[in-house]
Design a protein around this ligand. Structure first.
Ligand code: HEM
Length: 481
């Protein structure tokens, strides 16, 4: 029997014949998804938006789909229905141990759904404890200090191609800047940053050397833990250690090894969750400045501030177009369907942001409104959103300021975006521009100089002053929100 809308055919699970090859998930047979649309494969990946629009027309706000390996799941397309699932942690769990499916060991879904004691995979008091450490660490940083540091990192990165007159903004800028900023906020010495950037990018792309890179990252993070345990500073690592060893904040008494492992895994999570979506958002916003004359014109002319420009991109091109996911904790109804305890739901964030029920279809810009679901909602709402926004806003702004005439060096059709289930990636953004001198004389000098605490504004020197016309431009771009 196939999945059927509520009020039509009832659905019922069949018992699994042991070892049946039809059970691609490795779990019990679930015929409710037998005829569901596949949300994987080259055809779907070529145009996810069209597939989701068809699903919305056919099924309404919630649709049955099959993920890789024909694993059944509910794709939530409606804005209100997504919000409902994100906010109701009694009914929708973030803990994958609630799943009624046992994946084949080599399933591509395994890395996305394997449980670990991390904030994004836990509920209730355990989630509160793990998340508390992260939010506390992020909140101790001064906002303006972070922005100043992001500007400094952007200048360093632009210096690597400013004199050449051409660059690929993806590999040379958007893929570098978020990690550069986050690595410094973690407290990592600047000399280790290039190694970390290479290893994290390698690990995330799952290349042949990903395991080796993962081990390198573990080594760097273990060393960082030891260093900050001996000599704490004003950085995320020291803050995590302080939080986790403060008896007033946590009941869990950790051994030294447990403390090191927990802190290391938190740091690894922060590096990965911070890098990929921020790099994607930066690339999407830069692409808009290169391909949409109205967008760039409004920015340059001051009709649209930089925060508004980034918010528009957050609505239209969310870095996680879909989010896997939440697990149903008790039978319930969502959209037109009966969901069962243990079912997986996938948040179609891009589809939710363009739901005709909340947004006109005419493509008009969304002004003064940040109620998109790009950072999710509820108890798990992204705690790094201000940092992500700060990196992207300063990243775009600094580039416009340094290289005001940057333009695509290929046709727009050559700018290719690839979407996978949970990611949106631009392959490259080749640009050309009038070469400009470096901002910092030499990278080496910057490295040799004593490093400012990136987040304490009273100690952090501002980057060298911009030329007067650049300062004027800066005010116009960052001045309004
Ligand atoms: C534009 C950039 C970013 C986007 C679009 C984004 C989006 C998201 C989304 C959709 C979630 C899932 C929430 C859920 O499970 O319902 C999430 C979780 C998370 N994000 Fe972000 N994020 C961004 C940047 C960052 C940064 C810069 C950091 C930290 C430095 C960060 C740290 C986290 C953490 C720790 C979680 C897990 C929170 C929890 O489950 O309690 N993110 N983010």
């Amino acid at each position: 029997m196939t999945t059927s809308p509520r009020g039509q055919q009832p659905s019922s699970p069949a018992e699994p014949p042991p070892g049946c090859p039809a059970h691609a998930s490795g779990g019990r047979r679930d015929d409710r998804f037998a005829d569901a649309v596949r949300l994987y494969g080259p055809e779907v990946e070529a145009d996810f938006d069209a597939v989701e629009a068809r699903l919305r027309r056919t099924h309404g706000p919630v649709a049955p789909v099959r993920l890789s390996g024909d694993v059944g799941a509910w794709l939530i397309l409606g804005y209100q229905e997504n919000l409902q699932a994100m906010r109701n942690s009694t009914l929708f769990s973030r803990d994958p141990r609630n799943w009624n499916v046992e994946l084949a060991p080599d399933s591509p879904l395994a890395p996305l759904t394997a449980w670990a004691p991390l904030p994004n995979l836990t509920d209730g008091p355990e989630h509160a404890r793990l998340r508390g450490a992260v939010t506390h660490a992020l909140e101790t940083f001064d906002r303006q200090g972070v922005r100043r540091y992001a500007v400094r990192c952007a200048h360093q990165q632009i210096d690597s191609f400013a004199e050449v007159g051409k660059a690929d903004l993806v590999s040379q800028y958007t893929e570098q800047l978020p990690l550069r900023v986050v690595a410094r906020l973690l407290g990592l010495d600047e000399q280790h940053v290039p190694q970390l950037i290479t290893s994290v990018r390698d690990m995330l792309t799952g290349s042949a050397t990903a395991v080796h890179s993962n081990a390198l990252i573990s080594g760097l993070l273990n060393d960082l833990f030891m260093q900050k345990r001996r000599a704490p500073g004003h950085d995320i690592t020291s803050s995590l250690i302080r939080y986790k060893t403060d008896p007033a904040r946590t009941d869990a008494v950790l051994t030294e090894d447990q403390l090191r492992d927990e802190v290391r895994e938190h740091l690894r999570l922060l590096l990965t969750v911070a890098h990929a979506p921020t790099a994607s958002l930066l690339a999407s916003t830069l692409r808009m400045t290169l391909t949409d004359a109205r967008f760039r014109g409004r920015l340059a002319g001051g009709q649209m501030s930089m925060p508004h420009a980034v918010e528009q991109t957050l609505w239209d091109q969310p870095p996680f177009p879909r989010l896997v996911g939440r697990w149903v904790k008790a039978d319930t109804v969502l959209g037109r369907y009966d969901l069962r305890k243990g079912d997986l739901v996938v948040h179609a964030i891009g589809a939710a942001n363009t739901d005709p029920a909340i947004r006109p279809e005419d493509g008009e810009p969304v002004h003064n409104n940040s109620s998109h679901l790009t950072f999710s909602a509820g108890e798990h709402v992204c705690p790094g959103q201000e940092l992500g926004r700060a990196i992207v806003e300063t990243g775009v702004d600094t580039l416009l300021e340094r290289l005001p005439d940057y333009r695509l060096s290929v046709g727009q059709e050559a700018v290719l975006e690839h979407q996978a289930l949970m990611s949106r990636v631009l392959e490259s953004l080749p640009v050309e521009f009038t070469p400009v001198p470096r901002h910092f004389p030499h990278e080496q000098e910057v490295v040799r100089r004593p490093q400012p605490a990136p987040v304490a504004p009273q100690h952090a020197p501002a980057p060298p002053p911009a030329a007067p016309q650049q300062q004027a431009r800066r005010r116009s771009l960052l001045g309004r929100r």
